[in-house]
Write a protein that binds this ligand. Structure first.
Ligand code: AKB
Length: 317
């Protein structure tokens, strides 16, 4: 029986993954945690056990793991790319020391670990199109540096100590439940909100800039599928390329216009986030994930746009 600790449970992915894991494994078996309680997450906090936990504090983390007899850690707490460039020291501290603490407690308490990497683990010298699973990883952001180092550290704990570490390289995740905080791909979420509210969006990412993206239901399926995958079939572990679609701002605008014909898109490019986006792949090759654990996303740009607009309409009233 799995007893799961989720770190970063009130973030964009955590807030939906925690509820999904509670459905899948039982509310009592999924402990949610976050550095602080945030407004708007009352339902999640009340639907099971919640711990205030800062992953940078190794003692606090191991106390929580022991207290709840945790055997699986889903480690999501991290500083994303754009905020990481504003505050590289904080990104290093949270992303590296947080992960190190998670891996250490996993080694001591015999836990398995799922933690996501990102398309940010690639850089300018990586092949841009159909980016291979195993390729050059020389990122130019602090977030990317922590993601590559994190992949290596997770592999190290697997080979050296036998800790069952697994991860995916997430592309931009699009969802309506909780807003993303401080990423480069966030424009692809904000565009839906503004399309419904103002029928207009000003993009901080330039025309023609392609990035991989994925709708939240597929991102959640990926975690459960990979955690449940037969270990004997895994050639890779940290971390698998996964993607569901790749588009540039004009393409998402065109998909929105099928439902909101008067929607307008213009640009006010942010040089920092644009440089980050340009250093990332245009599209990933996710064949290793498909072959080793059956990755097969359900949503493309059109089906995601349809569902996003439906759900957001209800949410925004
Ligand atoms: C970001 O934009 O920083 C994240 C990511 C791709 O990891 N969404």
């Amino acid at each position: 029986m799995k007893k799961i600790l989720v770190t970063g449970a009130l973030g964009q992915i955590g807030s939906e993954l925690t509820m999904r894991l509670r459905k899948e494994y039982g509310a009592d078996n999924v402990i949610a945690s976050s550095r602080r309680i945030k407004e708007g997450h009352e339902e999640l906090i009340e639907s099971g056990v919640f711990e205030v936990l800062d992953v940078v504090d190794g003692k606090q983390l191991s106390d929580v793991v022991r207290k709840h007899k945790i055997n699986t850690i889903v480690h999501l707490a991290a500083v994303l790319s754009a905020v990481g460039e504003q505050n590289p020291a904080m990104a290093w501290d949270v992303n590296m020391n947080g992960l190190y603490n998670v891996l250490e407690v996993a080694r001591e308490e015999n836990c398995s670990v799922f933690t996501p990497s990102s398309i940010a683990a690639f850089g300018d010298s990586t092949p841009k199109d159909n980016t291979p699973q195993d390729t050059i990883q020389r990122p130019t952001t602090m977030y990317g540096v922590t993601k590559v180092a994190g992949e290596l550290l997770c592999d190290y704990y697997y080979h050296k100590y036998g800790v069952d570490t697994r991860g995916v390289r997430y592309p931009g995740i699009i969802s309506y439940e909780t807003l993303p905080g401080g990423g480069t791909t966030d424009y692809a979420v904000h565009i839906y909100y503004d399309a419904l509210k103002y029928k207009k969006y000003t993009s901080f990412i330039a025309k023609g800039t392609k990035m991989d993206m994925m709708y939240m239901p597929d991102a959640l399926d990926a975690v459960i599928q990979l955690m449940e995958a037969d270990p004997s079939k895994l050639i890779h572990r940290n971390a698998f390329n996964i993607t569901a679609m790749s588009f540039e701002p004009e393409e998402i605008a065109a998909a929105i216009r099928k439902y909101i014909p008067e929607f307008e898109l213009d640009y006010d490019v942010d040089p920092v986030r644009q440089a980050i986006a340009e250093s990332w792949p245009n599209s990933l090759d996710d064949s290793a994930a498909r072959e080793e654990w059956g990755w097969n996303p359900k949503y493309d740009l059109d089906s995601m746009t349809n569902d996003m607009l439906e759900k957001l309409k209800v949410k925004l009233g």
